[in-house]
Design a protein around this ligand. Structure first.
Ligand code: FES
Length: 225
């Protein structure tokens, strides 16, 4: 029997308690395997919803690192725990249709963005490998195009938030920039506008009704392998 069919057990510490789990599991799978209840901190399991931020430390490295628990394999001697994916951000509400100059409005809504001290802790914390610090500066200097691209793979896990010594929520700044870039500065797609008009005019109503009336087994889709 090869190793894949008979994985060896390793020891991990989850929130301060030791468990034996088969090697090759992700952090979330290790928690399930250990019988731990996961009522929050689980979403897509594919690294795109940002619901599963975790902190961990390996046997060899004393440094505490950050990760998405659904994307990170456990290893022998690893200690980890899920952490909050929400931090008490200052609640910012904005309406883009009312904005004249989103590059200035950024400072109205996120004045702390300009206080970045270049420590780079946000970049180190980002499990998606985003150059977060540069992204924040792009926002501050009004380069929304490059900034929005830098933040494109942000999953809003918020791991950049608690490490910021200037109390910036970099992910929120990035989201503002992405939204503003799309609304104000990107070339509009006429095809998309046409399709939205067609939908509003009811062109697809009959097909939609037909789809809704189908039994479940008629709309099964092949799982993505
Ligand atoms: S569960 Fe969605 S990113 Fe981990």
């Amino acid at each position: 029997m090869n190793q894949k069919e008979n994985p060896k057990d390793i020891t991990v510490e989850i929130s301060g308690k030791k468990y034996q789990v088969p090697e090759g599991l992700t952090m979330l799978q290790a928690m399930w395997h250990s019988g731990l209840e996961l009522t929050r901190g689980v979403g897509c399991l594919g690294g795109i919803c940002g619901a599963c931020p975790a902190k961990y430390r390996t046997k060899e490295d004393t440094k505490i690192k950050t990760a998405l628990a659904c994307q990170t394999q456990v290893e022998d001697g690893m200690a980890f725990s899920l952490i909050a994916s929400y931090y008490p951000n200052r609640k910012v509400t904005y309406q883009f249709p009312e904005m004249k100059d989103p590059k200035q409005d950024l400072f109205r809504h996120y004045p702390e963005a300009a206080l970045c001290r270049n420590c780079d802790a946000c970049t180190v914390a980002c499990p998606k490998g985003i150059d977060v610090r540069t992204g924040v500066w792009k926002a501050v200097f009004g380069d929304f195009k490059e900034g929005a691209e830098l933040f494109l793979s942000c999953v809003m896990c918020s791991l950049c938030v608690p490490v910021c010594i200037a109390d910036i929520a970099p992910n929120q700044v990035g989201l503002f920039m992405r939204r503003a870039q799309g609304i104000f500065f990107e070339k509009k797609s006429p095809q998309l506008a046409n399709r939205v008009d067609e939908i509003a005019d009811g062109k697809y109503n009959a097909e939609w009704e037909n789809l809704l009336s189908l039994p479940d087994d008629a709309i099964q889709v092949e799982p993505i392998s």
